[in-house]
Design a protein. Structure first.
Length: 290
């Protein structure tokens, strides 16, 4: 890429980020107005399309997971006992507690992609519904993937689901569970699915609860390794990684990260995520592995 093109790409990325932050500021203002006072209906009418989307945040399609029951299984064990196969059950629904294949750590919550012997570790903190995460991934996803492939670093992924509370729904939890289903197929399928999930083509607005089971399977069909993959699809519709998704969300909450996207280099959390290859290289140089 020429220097001029590189500068233009940086400028466009900054402009996209600025525009997204302005939109986020407007949404935050609307939420404050709803909380502080006045008629919620009147304020939603003033907010127009954004308010209507918040009030009608269903993205269509179904959500097969009873997330309250999955949380009960995780926190208290199976309220109705274990089934014959030893899987936890809640209200007659099986909620396995196994982690996907290709995870690490004692709790199966380390999602690390790349050469385990790579000197540097990049940790990414993201919420699937986060629009700025989508902006970041669209600007830097290929660069990060290239760094994984050439052995410059390995990447740890940590996923939060706090936007399900900010904009009611289950999209973030559904998406994290689906990422687990993709990871169970292979690390390569996970990376491709992660890229598609945050792409301009597939990423829904954060105030639309768009990550339904059907939509997540549809995204998978855009990935050769996941297209018509029955095991992947069944893991989504059967809520195979629901409790794992909740554990991953708990890990995010315990990390102290206040927003997404966030990044750490070799354990050092950055004040701002890099939006250009040059800035990422500078962060790697500033925080070398010990």
């Amino acid at each position: 890429m020429s220097k001029r093109n590189s500068q233009e790409a940086k400028r466009e990325a900054r402009e996209r980020l600025k525009a997204e932050r302005e939109r986020q500021a407007k949404r935050d203002k609307i939420r404050r107005q709803l909380t502080v006072g006045g008629s919620a209906l009147a304020i939603l009418a003033i907010a127009g399309g954004i308010g209507f989307a918040i009030a009608n945040n269903s993205g269509g399609g179904s959500d097969s997971t009873d997330w309250s029951a999955a949380r009960d299984v995780l926190d208290n064990g199976a309220p109705s006992g274990d089934d014959a196969d030893g899987e936890d059950t809640a209200d007659g629904v099986n909620y396995p507690t196994d982690a996907p294949a290709n995870t690490g750590g004692d709790d199966g919550l380390t999602v690390q992609v790349g050469d385990p012997d790579a000197a540097n570790t990049v940790t990414l903190y993201e919420d699937p519904r986060c629009p700025i995460c989508a902006t970041f991934e669209q600007a830097m996803g290929e660069t990060i993937k290239q760094g994984i492939e050439d052995g410059s670093y390995k990447v740890d992924f940590v996923f939060g689901t706090f936007l399900d509370n900010n904009f009611p729904g289950n999209g973030s939890k559904n998406a994290v569970a689906a990422l687990g289903a993709a990871l169970n197929v292979s690390p390569e399928a996970f990376l491709d699915y992660h890229e598609a999930m945050f792409s301009e083509e597939w990423h829904p607005a954060e105030n639309k609860d768009g990550f339904t089971d059907e939509y997540l399977i549809e995204i998978g069909d855009s990935i050769p390794e996941l297209k018509d993959n029955q095991e992947f699809q069944d893991a989504i519709t059967n809520s195979t990684y629901a409790t794992w998704a909740l554990q991953m969300s708990d890990k995010f909450d315990a990390s102290g990260v206040g927003g997404t996207p966030s990044m750490a280099i070799n354990g050092q959390k950055l004040e701002q995520v890099p939006y250009s290859p040059t800035d990422l290289d500078a962060a790697l140089a500033a925080y070398p592995a010990e």
